[in-house]
Design a protein around this ligand. Sequence first.
Ligand SMILES: [Zn+2]
Length: 99
Amino acid sequence: MLEAAGNRKVSDVHLRIGELTFISEEQLRFAIRLLSVGTAAEGCDVRIDPVSPEFECVSCGHISTADFSSPAFACGKCGADVRVLRGKEFSVDKVVLYD
Ligand SMILES: [Zn+2]
């Protein structure tokens, strides 16, 4: 990604990060700052778009959003297992270059 920038500097990077990755935004920004030194992305603006989790019950199909108050991921309606629909994303949405 950074190699593709050629001689142009990166203005900003947009990331989509699901909350279920439990990645610390603070640590990620710090890592990017460190790793980008001397590259086209040095000093770029990092925009993070958090994705809140969504689950679907494998039994009744009930869709629920994050409920971190319960330790186990289970359907709030019937108690069956749920599968993750959203929240595990970790992707680069957009890289903006200076003209
Ligand atoms: Zn259910």
